[in-house]
Design a protein around this ligand. Structure first.
Ligand code: FAD
Length: 310
């Protein structure tokens, strides 16, 4: 059995595995796709102390760093069930889709999240070429340009306010007949001169010139007419979905499906910790996920040294 079993191999899981292994304890990491969301990213310019890197490069470095330690890496393995220990201090079990079952005294859940997509023509082809999901990450790349934000919930309106301070113009597109963001955010949004809000609108296509985004088409749901907006960037803000479908019957989740953690990364189950985008931690970023993963591993170690010797 492992002392620490990490489930998920993104920045949070890699950091957790390294911090655990450096304590000289038996550490394993199972991941469906080592690297996580970082693999889908191109330019990364806010990974502090590294001025510029690219997603696939950082993902390879994450894996190499973990491999420098005595960590049992199980890549391309999807976890499908967590069975908590029957007694305090007992072994937790993680069942994999391939039928295998892993046992561990502590488990660190770091299965991340995924951005909900528009699923319209052009979105896939122009991802990272104008189609973006993270204003904190990619906002500055659109300085002085025209962008759209898709989604009028809190995250969409926050993104529009944020981007309005950087870009030339923001068009916010909301499917519903009204924005769903908090009133205080809406007041702020409507006070901005370089923002246009379009409601009752469904984005139907992303247009590009073969290399980058040049516009989008939306359908006015009231008039049933189509309109083209010329722009350079599209920020899709229609939801970040935590990868917790496999945990609904084991660990306490928030209303949004995120794993509830305290400031030390404890979950509702003793000996089970969580870190990164899959949790209730605010702000989903690489540096934050790494810090959270490190913290969860140290919390797991603190827990282990207090257990009765096995
Ligand atoms: P993830 O990276 O999501 O990793 C989750 C891991 O868990 C993966 O290995 C996955 O395969 C695995 N997994 C999921 N389900 C299971 C399962 N059931 N069983 C086993 N394994 C499972 N952040 C920045 O700081 N700067 C940026 O410039 C930036 N740009 C981004 C651009 C894009 C396009 C995207 C999508 C995100 C970007 N982010 C950026 C956000 C950043 O990538 C995430 O905050 C970060 O990757 C979260 O790390 P994580 O380890 O918590 O989760």
């Amino acid at each position: 059995a492992f002392d620490v079993l990490v489930v998920g191999g993104g920045p949070a899981g890699a950091a957790a595995a390294i911090y655990a292994a450096r304590k000289g304890i038996r550490t394993g990491i199972a991941a469906e796709r080592f690297g996580g969301q970082v693999l889908d990213t191109m330019a990364i310019e806010n990974f502090i102390s590294v001025q510029h890197t690219e997603g696939p490069k950082l993902a390879a470095q994450l894996e190499q760093h973990v491999k420098d330690y005595d960590v049992d890496i199980m890549n391309l393995q999807r976890a499908e069930k967590l069975i908590p220990a029957k007694v305090p201090g007992g072994l937790h079990e993680v069942r994999l889709e391939n039928g295998a079952s892993l046992k561990a005294r502590t488990v660190i859940l770091s299965t991340g999240a995924r951005w909900r997509q528009m699923n319209v023509p052009g979105e896939d082809a122009y991802r990272n070429k104008g189609v973006a999901y993270c204003p904190h990450c990619d906002g500055p790349l659109y300085k002085g340009k025209r962008v759209a934000v898709i989604g009028g919930g809190n995250s969409g309106v926050e993104a529009a306010i944020d981007l309005a301070g950087i870009v030339a113009h923001v068009t916010l597109i909301e499917f519903d007949s009204q924005l769903r963001a908090d009133a205080v955010l809406q007041r702020k949004l409507y006070s901005l001169k370089n923002v246009t809000v379009i409601t009752s609108a469904l984005t139907t296509e992303v247009h590009g010139d073969g290399e980058k985004v040049i516009g989008l088409t939306y359908r006015d749901r009231n008039a049933d007419s189509s309109h083209l907006v010329e722009l350079e960037g599209i920020f899709v803000q229609i939801g970040l979905v935590p990868n917790t479908e496999w945990l609904t019957d084991s660990v306490a989740l928030s209303a949004r499906g995120e794993i509830e953690i305290d400031h030390r990364g404890h979950t509702s189950i003793e000996g089970v910790f969580a870190a990164g985008d899959v949790t209730t931690v605010p702000y989903k970023q690489i540096v934050i996920a790494m810090g959270e993963g490190s913290k969860a591993a140290l919390s797991a170690f603190d827990y282990l040294i207090r257990l009765a010797p096995m």
